[in-house]
Design a protein around this ligand. Structure first.
Ligand code: DGP
Length: 152
């Protein structure tokens, strides 16, 4: 069994609230969301850093991330805006060494709340099952709004 938690999610050895998948990537809800709708887009092939990925995979991640963002907007989740970001390396705050694009919905004036949740989100291990139900529902909502361009 691989030690990488995101590879384990790809291999279905660990559960996740999946929004979308194809041959190259997997999209699922962040288990410690900074905001409701916080989603991760990962390559199915393992690579810790962006430069380790094939150009085709890297390009695909951002095409899919953009489609997921569109879906979130249609679902009313990221109406005001969103941050798309990659933490590339430990010093840049990367905790999981498998490339992932964060899609973080934002609301006007939410910076205080975002900062607070960023610092405290991993402390909340309680109610994990309840949280999974919520994340599954959000994943379904986003999936239903995905543009036909990425749906087969
Ligand atoms: P980063 O700090 O950029 O490496 O972000 C890693 C993100 O991954 C962080 O926001 C929490 C999330 N995460 C960590 N472990 C898991 C997991 O087992 N499942 C899911 N869905 N997300 C996870």
């Amino acid at each position: 069994m691989t030690q990488c938690i995101f590879c384990q999610i790809v291999n279905k050895e660990l559960p996740a609230s999946v929004v979308y998948e194809d041959d190259l990537c997997l999209v699922f809800m962040d288990i410690f969301p900074i905001k409701p709708g916080h989603t991760l887009v990962i390559p199915k092939s393992h690579g810790a850093f962006l430069h380790e990925l094939d150009d085709k995979v890297r390009e695909h991640l951002f095409i899919v991330a953009t489609a997921v963002l569109q879906a979130q907007r249609s679902a009313g989740i990221a109406k005001d805006g969103a941050n798309l970001l990659v933490n590339d390396g430990k010093a840049a705050n990367q905790h999981v060494p498998h490339v992932h694009v964060h899609i973080l919905p934002r609301d006007q004036g939410d910076i205080g709340k975002v900062a607070w949740t960023f610092l405290t989100r991993m402390l909340n291990f309680f109610g994990k099952d309840k949280k999974k139900v919520k994340l599954d529902a959000l994943a379904k909502d986003i999936r239903q709004h995905l543009p036909s361009t990425i749906m087969k």
